[in-house]
Design a binder for this molecule. Sequence first.
Ligand SMILES: Nc1ncnc2c1ncn2[C@@H]1O[C@H](COP(=O)(O)OP(=O)(O)O)[C@@H](O)[C@H]1O
Ligand SMILES: O=C(O)[C@@H](O)C(=O)COP(=O)(O)O
Length: 418
Amino acid sequence: MLLGCIGDDFTGSSDLGNTLVKAGMRVVQYSGTPKTPAAPDVEAGIVALKSRSIPVDQAVKLSLEALDWLKAQGCRQFLFKYCSTFDSTPEGNIGPVAEALADALGADRVIFCPAFPAAGRTIYQGHLFVGDRLLNESGMENHPLTPMTDPDLRRWLSRQTRHMVGHIPAATVWQGAEAIRALLDDESAKGRPFVIADAIRDQDLVALGRAVADLPLLTGGSGIALGLPQNFRDQGLLAADRTGWQGQAGKAAVLSGSCSRATRGQVAHHIDGGSPALELDPEAVLSGVTTPQDAAAWALMQNGLPLVYSSADPERVREVQSRHGTETVAARLEDFFAETARLLVAGGTTRLITAGGETSGAVVEGLAVAQLEIGPEIDPGVPAVRVAGDLVLALKSGNFGSDDFFAKAAARLEGTAE
Ligand SMILES: Nc1ncnc2c1ncn2[C@@H]1O[C@H](COP(=O)(O)OP(=O)(O)O)[C@@H](O)[C@H]1O
Ligand SMILES: O=C(O)[C@@H](O)C(=O)COP(=O)(O)O
């Protein structure tokens, strides 16, 4: 294994896998830190954690365990993958996890770059944009778990770390790898080992990737990995042949616990198109009036692509959170989706589409899926993935995917869409 990656959620990890596979690496995504060694032909290993929204000390512990395992697999470089919208709170977990990894690796120059231009996430003057809106006006300010209320990543990261935070402006990035390296050295010498890097185009990310070829640790969204495979290829370290993707026939279903804007659009599109949909009322889930057995039985009876969703607008999310507590609602809904997924698979479902990072993590953990083989892209940032046996999944990040994503993913998982 050459590149060792630690993802702070499951959809984000498959997003990273998608980038690396497209650039020609053999990638396996692991659910948590494996207990056994990786297969010898894996070139990039991604340990997917569900560490984005857990207490800081636990996130650090899990990340360090993942690092130890990746080191033992012989990795030469390490990548900490977080969300392209920098999902975190003023306490963490991006800063503290990066600090722990940097300390463990002796890294004194660490890039932070969540940019993902293909999905509309760009960074300029240290500020993160989603499309043409600043992060705090993009809908992310209403995220149920990690509301992003400050678009200045230098300021936001500073709140999460003891380090001073530096900056690599676009003007330097455009000068290329050498200029980037020089500024990184300079920032580090001035006591700013953590730097936010601007990037507004894929080629900026490639330049950043080139610049950090010799550094032990980098951090960012999936975009920061764009240039890394070429670094390994240049050293003659990548195998040339690739195995093809096989689609999977059988029943399909969609589970959506994402309340993000893009997902809500996809849910509306699905319903408007006349496809079967079952809305979960969180109150009914919390009180046990609606059970996973009800949801799975309903889905298994449907013709067409069934959708079970709790996705709701910010006002309704806030209402139920204020009544029962954010963590309780999240945990109960995630457990509900995990159990529903288990019942769906037991009932013969072979193609499962999940929307939402936390939701997808709960489902994958609930299904006790140990590892995922990354397949072809469905939409930017979302690949089809195969579990051993006859189960295939699409783990969709909340804000990714076109309006018709659910139907598109079902077709791609079946191998019937180009
Ligand atoms: N109607 C709802 N009210 C409150 N919380 C919800 C509702 N539906 C889902 N949630 C919770 O909100 C969180 C959404 O996070 P996630 O699944 O990561 O989606 P995204 O990828 O859009 O961020 C989950 O913990 C989920 O259980
Ligand atoms: O970088 C991204 O935007 C995604 O890969 C990701 O991490 C999204 O997380 P969720 O929105 O929680 O699915």
